[in-house]
Write a protein that binds this ligand. Structure first.
Ligand SMILES: [Zn+2]
Ligand SMILES: [Zn+2]
Length: 201
């Protein structure tokens, strides 16, 4: 099965496939950086009522952008932070990554809804929640920190993707140089602190 994802305005569009349970890891993240990024983009409405981000991790090779490549860019909240890729046309997130050594792309479930698709039908419900200590109104049940079983199964999945050769081609990195294929903005310490102040309110 294949699926489509896109940014909110539809200029950046990509195809995901194959879509299979073993090729996806869906988790709700309440961390302060995910919340800070939504505020940075001016899209706090992407977060749920408790400040959570509904993230679906997939192997890099299963995502290929088909249009709007000139609109792609990344933001890092610090020099060593995640690459938080966004569509610059409408300032919406289109995938979180680290370096290609750890081969996953974390897509917001809403990128599939933009194409009229049901993330539950494609990937199943979230397997759990992490970093609930940053949730608005206190941690939802079982969401504090990163639970060992969820961590272990996530590592096992990502490792299996790497062994299965699903790290390349990567939608955001150049295979020859291993460098980002699109412009990257790194926030200053002050900018990040300003965003965290909004989240910590
Ligand atoms: Zn997060
Ligand atoms: Zn857009």
């Amino acid at each position: 099965m294949r699926a489509w994802m896109s940014c909110r305005c539809g200029q950046v569009r990509g195809q995901v496939g194959p879509v299979e349970a073993r090729l996806a890891n869906r988790v709700t993240c309440y961390c302060d950086d995910c919340q800070a990024f939504a505020h940075y983009l001016g899209h706090a409405d992407l977060l749920d009522a408790r400040g959570g981000s509904d993230i679906i991790q997939i192997p890099p090779a299963t995502l290929a952008f088909t249009q709007g490549l000139d609109k792609i860019g990344a933001v890092r909240l610090s020099a060593k932070g995640l690459y938080r890729w966004r569509a610059c046309c409408c300032n919406t997130p289109i995938g979180n990554t680290v370096t290609p050594t750890i081969p996953f792309v974390g897509l917001l479930a809403s990128t599939f809804r933009c194409e009229g698709q049901d993330p539950d039908a494609l990937f199943g419900r979230p397997r759990g929640a992490i970093m609930g200590q940053f949730a608005i109104g206190g941690p939802p049940p079982g969401s504090k920190g990163i639970r060992p079983w969820l961590m272990a199964s996530t590592i096992a999945k990502v490792l299996s993707w790497r062994l299965a050769g699903r790290a390349w081609p990567h939608p955001f990195f150049d295979r020859t140089t291993g460098s980002p294929a699109y412009p990257v903005t790194i926030l200053s310490t002050e900018e990040r602190a300003g965003l965290r102040a909004i989240v910590d309110r």
